[in-house]
Design a binder for this molecule. Structure first.
Ligand code: N01
Length: 582
């Protein structure tokens, strides 16, 4: 059936083909998955809602968007040639460059021909007779695939709070996660920004450069560390590239999946003078590694209090108006929510046309045609930027009706919180895989490393299934339950389990409170995945396999068989080793 677009024009005909695998999403996960599937000789099709590749970096085009893991590490590591040929221009490269890199991957590895753009998958239904998935799209496609691979991203479903009077507002409302491709000119406008998370702290200094008046509506003050972003010189790049394989190997052994100097000493064993010096040095290095100033900062509240006070003093030093500075000082656990990395965020509040409005005790009442009302006061704005984040980890799954065995939907199964074995697959949904799904390190590791490890593991798993002629693979309920319990148990070791963040789904009203990413550390997790693979997929059932005991052939996972870096193992990783896993 031919489809029509909104203008009534005929578009491409709907498809009803059959593939070995359908991949949903053409961000970094979907691109690399397609590359591996092709390498294995599987037929595959990728569906992508956007008009181009890049996922997060395709949608998040707000001013100031850039990565917060250094670009030399926030990039694929599977190809040394790729590492050598690509040149990052900045320590933390901006969104257009990261998007250009995603496009380079698509072209260099000749992936575009198997990606169908402008097409949103609406449903995936498992057929228990044929052990295949029927995948349906908003363009009328109905294709069949043995494997359905969710490469839908962890932070991709925008959170749009239901502010009263939204439709009354006369000006434009932008969400940072779905920014207009043509850009936005805020010149001469009064702008309101709602939110002070990573997207807000990156965009606020940029918007302030254009707007005649900027009003920031803050519900929770944010911890942010300077990026000290800088251009990367040719000499620096040359030197870094000469040691690239060693850097990549060191990164894989780290709990975060990326390398940075890390001091394992407990904070309180140092004198207050030593701590001050250590924090000052770490602040001067900047970025997420600030949290590596001591080994126990995310595990011991008293230790955390010391870094929190240091960071509050920095805010007080930067922000000239004492009342505004106090409002900007967080009083929750430092780094409990995702730590922000900024360029001139706190400095922006020294500008005379920038105003901070506290909505922590008196929430935003409503939008009017001319602005936003808080505590009876109307703040006049011409445009609103909603930097209100995402329905994290599971939001993109919720958008697709996924029906597994016995007609049970994933939404029903996950109504009390996501349940997946290793964050890779869920019992009752055979041959359905998740890349960086809930229960895997995902957002607590460098995303691209996490993606690569999942894809390589999956590629070896699918290769093995073909080798042993298995029809389907599905986790056992008891192993999945044990893994979910383990993810939860280990999270309790960390102070991060104590605050209302998107890690626990607390940013969306009504969501169950469950710590979703695996906090035990990337290498511990990888070791568990390796063990499962080496034991011919312990904890999974392979239906129809010629032999369940055949040792799997290692095609792509070899580089993940790395020893743990005990030097920098975190208390959560230690706990993860102690908390038994079935
Ligand atoms: O979203 P957020 P984000 N009224 O959820 C506020 C990654 N990322 O898009 O804290 C008023 O962090 C909310 O307030 P509160 C990164 O992992 C990375 O900024 O819930 N305010 C908060 O201040 C990051 O963590 C980069 O009280 C409301 C803000 O909106 C993740 O994406 C850049 C509200 C949302 O902050 C999400 O970041 C950008 C309401 N009704 C993003 N509802 C890099 O640097 C929500 N808020 C790589």
């Amino acid at each position: 059936m031919a489809q029509e677009n909104a203008a009534g024009e005929a578009t491409r005909p709907a498809e009803n083909g059959t593939f070995d695998a359908v991949v949903i999403g053409a961000g970094f996960a979907g691109l690399y998955m397609l590359h591996r599937l092709r390498g294995l000789g599987f037929t595959a099709q990728v569906y992508e809602a956007g008009s181009g590749v890049g996922g997060t970096w395709y949608w998040n085009r707000y001013p100031g968007a850039r990565c917060d893991v250094e670009s030399l590490q926030y990039s694929f590591s599977f190809s040394e040639e790729l590492d050598q040929e690509w040149n990052w221009s900045e320590k933390y490269s901006p969104q257009p460059e990261i998007l250009a890199y995603a496009n380079h991957i698509a072209d260099r590895f000749d992936l575009r021909g198997q990606i169908v753009f402008d097409t949103r998958v609406t449903a995936a239904t498992f057929n228990e007779v044929t052990d295949t998935w029927l995948i349906e799209t908003d363009r009328g496609d109905r294709v069949t695939a043995k494997f359905c691979i969710m490469a839908v991203g962890c932070l991709s479903a925008p959170n749009r709070p239901a502010f009263q009077g939204k439709s009354d507002f006369r000006g434009p409302i932008y969400h940072t996660g779905e920014w207009p491709h043509e850009g936005v000119d805020f010149g001469g406008l009064r702008v309101g920004v709602i939110g002070t998370g990573s997207s807000a702290i990156q965009s606020i200094p940029m918007i302030a450069q254009q707007a005649v008046q900027l009003t920031v509506f803050q519900r929770t003050a944010t911890w942010s560390v300077p990026a000290w972003n800088e251009a990367l010189s040719a000499e620096y790049l040359k030197d870094a590239k000469a040691h690239y394989p060693a850097l990549r190997a060191k990164a894989r052994a780290r709990p975060t999946g990326f390398y940075f100097p890390f001091n394992i000493q407990p904070a309180l064993q140092a004198s207050s003078e030593e701590r001050e010096q250590q924090y000052e040095a770490a602040w001067r290095r900047g970025g997420l590694p600030f949290l590596g100033a001591y080994g126990d900062l995310l595990f011991d509240k008293s230790a955390n209090d010391t870094i929190a006070e240091f960071a509050r003093q920095k805010i007080r030093d930067i922000v000239k108006n004492p009342a505004t500075a106090e409002l900007l000082c967080p009083h929750n656990v430092f780094g409990c929510k995702r730590l922000c990395v900024d360029t001139n965020y706190f400095e922006t509040y020294n500008l005379p046309h920038v105003k901070l409005v506290d909505v922590s005790k008196t929430p935003i009442e409503r939008f009017t045609k001319d602005g936003i009302v808080v505590d009876g006061t109307e703040y006049m704005v011409d445009a609103i930027v909603s930097a209100t984040g995402f329905a994290a980890m599971t939001g993109s799954f919720d958008k697709i009706k996924i029906t597994g065995r016995s007609g049970r939907t994933l939404a029903e199964k996950w109504s009390g919180g996501p349940r997946a074995y290793l964050g890779l697959a869920s019992e009752g949904f055979p041959n359905l895989f998740m890349i960086t799904g809930p229960g895997s390190p995902s957002v607590l590791a460098s995303m691209i490393q996490a993606i690569e490890q999942h894809v390589d593991w999956l590629a070896d798993c699918l290769g093995h299934m073909r080798d042993v002629a298995a029809n389907s693979i599905e986790p056992l309920r008891e192993n999945e339950d044990a893994w979910v319990a383990h993810v939860n148990d280990v999270s309790m070791v960390s102070l991060r389990s104590t605050c209302s963040s998107w890690y626990v789904g607390a940013n969306i009203p009504g969501r169950p409170r469950v710590f979703m990413p695996y906090i035990g550390g990337f290498p511990v997790y990888v070791q568990k995945c390796n063990e499962v693979m080496n034991s011919a997929y312990d904890g999974f059932v392979l239906k129809g396999a010629r032999s369940n005991n055949a040792p799997p052939r290692v095609r792509f996972t070899e580089r993940w068989h790395v020893p743990l870096d005990i030097e920098v193992i975190s208390p959560a990783a230690v706990a993860a080793k102690r908390v038994p896993v079935v």
